[in-house]
Ligand binder design. Structure first.
Ligand code: HEC
Length: 241
């Protein structure tokens, strides 16, 4: 009985972080991420290098690690910014001090951002900028209010407006409405951000792909061991009964 109580406590404790994030009341869209989709990871990598390294670094990732997601040396070389080699880590084009002067906050290194924020947060954040003339950058963000980051994906997504509906009891519902379309349809844009977030997830833990494979091998081994142990037990007790 005591053991069962302890087990329950463990289960409850392991759910605690989920409950805390749920109580903040911000709705997060589910990221369509899938680490086994190499084509999506490659599109995400290309998009990341072309659009995010202007301000952010990913100092824990070397370009040649992109081979893990199936890119050839040739393809990686095409991505490389001037002055970087295959073995270089991903550095920001802009140094952190100048970026801080320009935007009012230093762009964080994005190497492990998917681990600290989660993929659903990133997927929602990058799609939740809306026009706000009171901000220096001209935009604000629903899930990261007063974010210093300009909406660099605005030309692709288009302009969004924040619509706030007041319901009975002071309950507010915030929705975003597309006012000016961008160069991509909403579907295309969501898929592009999905690929990008998928890549950010890979970047946070490149070894995850390898670990999945190990996981299957270990489970297979344990299963074999179980069969063997059972056969052994039968053999030992054969003469006792
Ligand atoms: C023009 C510079 C610039 C570019 C380009 C840029 N960012 Fe940012 N980003 C910033 C700044 C500045 C901040 C810091 C915001 C703050 O702390 O208010 C930031 C913050 C962030 C954050 C942190 C949010 C949080 O909750 O802490 C994420 C995630 C992010 N950027 C992702 C990206 C991605 C992905 C790209 C590429 C599509 C990108 N950024 C491109 C300037 C930039």
């Amino acid at each position: 009985m005591k053991l069962i109580k302890k087990l329950w406590l463990l289960v409850l404790l392991s759910m605690a972080p989920v409950m805390v994030s749920a109580s903040t009341g911000v709705h997060l869209d589910k990221a369509p991420a899938s680490l086994s989709d190499k084509a999506s990871l490659q599109r995400g990598a290309q998009f990341f290098v072309a659009n995010c390294l202007a301000c952010h670094s990913a100092a824990y990732l070397r370009y040649n690690r992109l081979m893990d997601i199936g890119m050839s040396e040739e393809e990686i070389r095409k991505l490389l910014p001037e002055g970087s080699k295959l073995g270089s880590t991903m550095q920001a084009m802009m140094d952190s001090e100048s970026a801080k002067m320009a935007f009012g906050a230093a762009p964080p290194d994005l190497s492990v951002i998917a681990r600290s924020r989660g993929t659903d947060y990133l997927y929602t954040y990058l799609r939740s900028f809306y026009v706000d003339p009171t901000r220096p950058s001209g935009v604000n963000n629903v899930i990261f209010p007063l974010a210093a980051m300009p909406n660099i994906l605005g030309p692709l997504q288009g302009d969004q407006e924040l619509v706030v509906e007041k319901h009975e009891g002071g309950h507010e519902v915030q929705t975003l409405k597309l006012t000016t379309p961008g160069t991509m349809s909403t579907k295309e844009f969501d898929a592009t951000v999905g690929d990008l977030v998928n890549f950010l997830d890979f970047m946070g833990e490149p070894a995850k792909l390898v670990r999945y494979t190990y996981g299957y091998i270990v489970i297979g081994f344990l299963f074999l061991l179980l069969l063997l142990t059972y056969a052994l037990k039968k053999e030992f007790w054969k003469d006792v009964h």
